[in-house]
Design a protein around this ligand. Structure first.
Ligand code: GLN
Ligand code: ZN
Length: 760
């Protein structure tokens, strides 16, 4: 039998039980004992699922009430001083305060920073690192969970973020601190942890080191050797787990470490297998990640068995099988999807189904398969053949249209300076024009109306009428406030990707396909299963209605192709770039229709462009090429008098400024208010040629920015960017704010623009 295991399992529960329990605890509706009970139940259930499926190991240590990286910080006693003296053992509320700034007990303090875990949509809490920081074993949670699993009779393999990846994910908070200076102290505690796990009878510990698939400086590679040489002395066997990509330049480092086994991701980088096998020392286990842990498609078991047979032959029992990465990144259970088209459902596998796939594969490879396994393989093959041939997926018109795309389709008809002249004439805008990013407050009433529509309490007509009222309200407020370019406010949108996906062909939606995004927050990404096309206009009637209410220019509002792609599960039977181009063409039709309806400005949001960057820098140019191309395909259908805006809500542009400029949007609005306009330096140095709206209103804060503050920010901006090319706008959309907050803030913003016009 090939040993089968998972790197981790979703912790939220098939019905988001963990979300419900933690939120109830934060609100004081349940006490800590009850929250702990939910945690225990979920762990027991998830371990049992692994056991029932027939996995050889049950993985312990993947559970967290908020975040597993935060758990490691607690384990190491890495608690920033502002959270008070944690005492000997860090308690649960301290970790919640680190995550959210407050908890049922303890003093509130500024929460730790949160950011995306590698290239996933999972967010972890960034460890804060200080010079002279001392580490110590400061949590018993992991050991308690091990005891719990052992008491239930499970064969336990422990998972823990490795010491180097933990440091790599951390941020130096003392000036000049090199994070590696802290390594020895961290490794000391890891040594203690491994010691205790050994005493508990644990045989294997999986240390997650996905940092090894990124470009590592030489001193980090050496640090790996130093750290693992020290850890090998412990009483447990170590499985070094890498995922989200290939080992690349770190191959020799990773394969040379004194560990007992290595896990590699054969879904993202199947080609690394040969080199890895060549360097695998004869006593080591090789765990192959062959079931996709980042996507929802059913595996081709027959093909996998064929491809893996020679590896099994060569390694025998030293071959382990696993999903490519933790199953944290896929939904829990396909069985809950009772509303999905049966044909489409057959093509899918969520976390629980992936366990079964793994075990069947293990038995096949060991020649221990029975009739049930043969049947599972046959079903998988039949589903795959059905998927390959399905007319629901393949639409000739879409492929043919893509074929016909030429250079002229990716190029605005006139260069920016001429477009700018025409647009200025048409829109008759003052210096420092004001606008917003799209959404206005999504009030409780708006959300209630959407629920009523879904539940059948509202007819579609009644719902439309309600949304029109909202639009009229937002337009009237904007006119009163005195904004120059208006928006309709997006009341009709539940979510900026879902709204478009629901109207495009080739997308499917699940009932319960939740994936943890951060803490108790989950997202339900659409599934792009087939060729994408747009059967009919999606936003035109709303924008047209909004424009009919005002003499001021109305800005149409679209989510860009890269962002739609990035926030969905994407089909795996063609390159991502191909799917993105299809989305781009569908959105291009929307741009054309908005323009034909007389909408003079159209914004194409791409907040996810940056997060789509591959983990290894040598793959950046290829990605940026097609990502920029897709944006241009969408936008370039617009004539020169239509102003194309784009929006991005992050503040790191230095390494992608060339690509940003290549988008050739007439106006880009960005998040800057908290960075004091310093980030405009890259735009200045690059001599960014088009217009920029650096955000002056931090929409994450309930505070009203003062007129003076915004004037000062814009004056700083004017030192870097010619004033003819500056806009005044908030950092991002206003959907999470209330009207009571938004109105005074925007009034101040308009007043600031008026002062600026007098000064320049
Ligand atoms: N137009 C969107 C909004 O205003 C943009 C959202 C975003 O940037 N994430 O809500
Ligand atoms: Zn934004």
């Amino acid at each position: 039998m090939s040993t089968t295991h998972v790197l981790g399992y979703p912790r939220i529960g098939a019905r988001r039980e963990l979300k419900r329990a933690t939120e109830a605890y934060w609100k004081g509706e349940i006490d800590q004992a009850e929250l702990e009970r939910t945690g225990r139940e979920l762990r027991a259930r998830h371990w049992q699922a692994q056991r029932d499926a027939g996995l050889d190991w049950v993985t312990v240590g993947d559970f967290a009430f908020y975040d597993h990286v935060l758990n490691v910080s607690a384990l190491l006693g890495a608690i920033p001083p502002r959270f008070g003296d944690a005492g000997e053992m860090v308690d649960l509320d301290t970790t919640f305060r680190m995550a959210r700034g407050r908890a049922p007990t303890g003093e509130p303090a500024a929460a730790c920073e949160m950011t995306k875990y590698f290239d996933t949509n999972y967010h972890y809490l960034v460890p804060e690192l200080h010079a002279e920081q001392r580490f110590r074993l400061a949590s018993r949670q992991l050991f308690d969970e091990v005891a719990e699993a052992r008491a239930a009779g499970h064969p336990v393999k422990v998972v823990l973020t490795g010491p180097l990846t933990w440091l790599w994910l951390g941020k130096a908070k003392s000036p000049g601190l090199d994070r590696l200076q802290l390594l020895d102290g961290v490794v000391d505690v890891y040594g203690e942890i491994l010691q205790q796990l050994g005493e508990q009878g644990v045989e294997w510990v999986q240390l997650d080191e996905p940092a090894l698939v990124q470009d590592l400086p030489a001193d980090w590679q050496q640090a790996y050797e130093r750290a693992y040489h020290r850890l090998q002395a412990g009483p447990v066997k170590l499985l070094l787990a890498t995922y989200f990509g290939g080992l690349g330049e770190n191959l020799s480092t990773a394969m040379g470490l004194p560990v007992d086994g290595v896990h590699i991701d054969c879904v993202r980088d199947p080609d690394q297998l040969t080199a890895v096998l060549d360097r695998l020392l004869p006593h080591k286990v090789l765990s192959l990640g062959v079931i996709d842990g980042r996507n929802v498609w059913r595996s081709d078991l027959a093909a996998l068995a064929r491809a893996l047979a020679p590896v099994r032959e060569r390694l025998g029992e030293r071959l382990w099988l696993a999903p490519s990465c933790s199953l944290l990144h896929v939904p829990v259970d396909l069985d809950l999807e009772t509303d999905l088209e049966p044909q489409l459902r057959r093509w899918l596998a969520f976390a629980r189904q992936k366990l079964d796939e793994l075990v069947v594969l293990g038995r096949l490879l060991a020649d221990r398969s029975g009739a049930a396994d043969e049947q599972a393989v046959a079903e998988a093959s039949a589903a795959l053949a059905d998927r390959q041939a399905s007319t629901r997926i393949h639409k000739d018109e879409v492929a043919e249209r893509l074929q016909r795309v030429g250079p002229a389709d990716r190029q605005r008809r006139q260069p920016y300076p001429e477009r700018a002249r025409k647009q200025r004439e048409r829109l008759s805008l003052p210096l420092f024009p004001t606008t917003t990013i799209g959404s206005f407050p999504q009030t409780a009433e708006i959300r209630a109306a959407r629920r009523d529509l879904k539940a059948g309490r509202f007819t579609p007509e009644a719902y439309e009428a309600r949304m029109r009222e909202e639009i009229a309200f937002a337009v009237a407020r904007q006119e009163e406030i005195g904004l120059d370019v208006l928006v309709h406010g997006e009341p009709e949108r539940n979510d900026m990707v879902e709204y478009f996906g629901e109207q495009l062909d080739g997308f499917a939606f699940t009932r319960a396909g939740w994936v943890q995004s951060y803490g108790s927050r989950c997202v339900k990404p659409p599934i792009i299963y087939g060729d994408v096309s747009r059967p009919r206009p999606m936003t035109v009637r709303w924008s047209e209605y909004a424009q009919s209410l005002t003499g001021r220019p109305m800005k149409g509002m679209l989510t860009g192709p890269v962002t739609v792609l990035q926030w969905s599960f994407v089909r795996d039977d063609q390159p991502r770039s191909e799917t993105c181009r299809q989305i781009a063409l569908a959105l291009r039709d929307e741009v054309a229709d908005l323009e034909a309806a007389g909408i003079p400005a159209i914004q194409i949001d791409e907040p996810a462009l940056r997060e789509g960057l591959p983990l290894q820098q040598r793959q950046w140019p290829g990605y940026l090429d097609w990502a920029v191309d897709c944006f241009r395909l969408t936008a370039s259908v617009a004539t020169e008098a239509t102003q194309i805006h784009t929006h991005m809500c992050y503040s790191e542009f230095n390494d992608i400024i060339g690509a940003i400029a290549a988008l050739d949007a007439d106006v880009i609005t960005i998040e800057t208010s908290r960075s004091d306009m310093e980030l405009l330096e890259v735009f200045e140095d690059f001599e960014y040629p088009n217009e920029i709206g650096p955000g002056v209103y931090d929409i994450h804060s309930p505070n009203t920015p003062s007129v003076d503050w915004m004037v000062q920010l814009m004056e700083k901006a004017a030192r870097r960017i010619p004033v003819e090319r500056l806009w005044v706008n908030p950092d991002c959309g206003l959907k999470t704010r209330s009207w009571a907050e938004v109105e005074p803030a925007l009034q101040n913003m308009v007043a600031a623009a008026e002062i600026l016009r007098e000064r320049y």
